[in-house]
Design a protein. Structure first.
Length: 135
């Protein structure tokens, strides 16, 4: 479980990085790559929604009997479902919150890329015209 929460935490950090960079106008991405990432983050948001629904079940004490193993697994399930700020539950909530913001940030990055690309093309065309016109 620690590996899963570590991966989710890293993913969430990366999402926040994209959001911050896009908000500061420092994130550009090609439309093809951006659209692929958008699809990934939309899938991630859907997965997080389903995972959050699964956590509702985990929050209920798992009826595994009175044996030490059963009690231990039930305790573990409840801890996973409602732990500290870096728990699975909290990370799922963060992923669901940040996924749509990340998608919007990627769209900003695509627009910025296209604006830069268009400006560069305009400058190149302007230079080509001025180079071909004799003084």
């Amino acid at each position: 479980m620690h590996e899963l929460t570590g991966n989710l935490s890293s993913t969430n950090d990366a999402m926040r990085g994209i959001i911050t960079a896009a908000d500061q106008g420092e994130f550009t991405i090609t439309p093809d790559a951006g659209n692929e990432l958008i699809e990934i983050f939309q899938d991630l948001e859907e997965w997080a929604e389903n995972a959050q629904l699964d956590l509702i079940t985990l929050r209920q004490r798992t009826p595994l009997g009175h044996s030490p193993a059963g009690k231990s697994i039930a305790d573990f399930n409840q801890k996973v479902a409602s732990g500290d700020n870096e728990s699975y539950d909290r990370l799922i909530i963060k992923i669901r919150k940040n996924a749509p913001k990340t998608v919007e940030a990627i769209r900003k990055g695509i627009r910025l890329y296209q604006d830069i690309d268009e400006n560069s093309a305009t400058k190149i065309e302007g230079s080509a015209r001025s180079d071909s016109c004799p003084p």
